[in-house]
Design a protein around this ligand. Structure first.
Ligand SMILES: [Zn+2]
Length: 179
């Protein structure tokens, strides 16, 4: 079940990085996102790295989880709902794609390929694709809360606010996710 996103990533990597992910792309569907990855080890690492801090971790532990997929879904749901509360924005429909990449190098290659700019991002949210690209090596609660902030803002306003406002709200979500 190679998806279009993953297929284009395979082409991208073969052209620009020289490494072709050989495994088929896998996906995990959660309440708010389809998470795409091409190796279960990467998903496992994502779950391991994603510590939600004391307060939110308590919520994670209160929810049933039999597998790492369950635990990761619970964490992602909790982050989205916390960011919605922080921003006091509750979009009726919120659904995105989240592409897990091993390191910032791949995130930056994707960005360069799409926009022609070199950046030092460890993650970014594409408004046009409704997709987060995320370096699993660099992920933490604040990085994810920032990108989820962009997602919530993007889904909340019928007319997109100016980019500076968008960015300020994402920074606010990042700063207050632990409150
Ligand atoms: Zn941002």
């Amino acid at each position: 079940m190679t998806s279009r996103v993953c297929a284009s990533l395979v082409i991208l990597f073969s052209l620009h990085i020289g490494t072709i992910p050989s495994a088929l792309c896998e996906e995990l569907k959660t309440r708010y996102a389809t998470v795409r990855y091409d190796d279960i080890a990467l998903l496992q690492k994502f779950n391991d790295e994603l510590y939600l801090g004391r307060q939110l971790s308590l919520q994670v532990r209160q929810q049933k989880a039999f597998t790492i997929q369950d635990e990761l879904q619970n964490k992602l749901n909790i982050i989205v709902e916390k960011v919605e509360t922080v921003l006091d924005m509750f979009p009726a429909k919120l659904y995105v794609t989240m592409v897990l990449l091993p390191s910032s190098k791949e995130v930056q290659e994707v960005y360069l390929q799409k926009y022609g700019n070199r950046v030092n991002h460890v993650a970014y949210y594409s408004l046009s694709e409704k997709t987060i690209y995320l370096s699993v090596n660099d992920v933490n609660l604040n990085v994810l809360a920032h990108e989820v902030g962009h997602i919530v803002v993007d889904h909340y306003f019928p007319v997109r606010p100016p980019y500076k406002i968008h960015e300020l709200l994402a920074q606010f979500a990042e700063a207050h996710v632990n409150d």
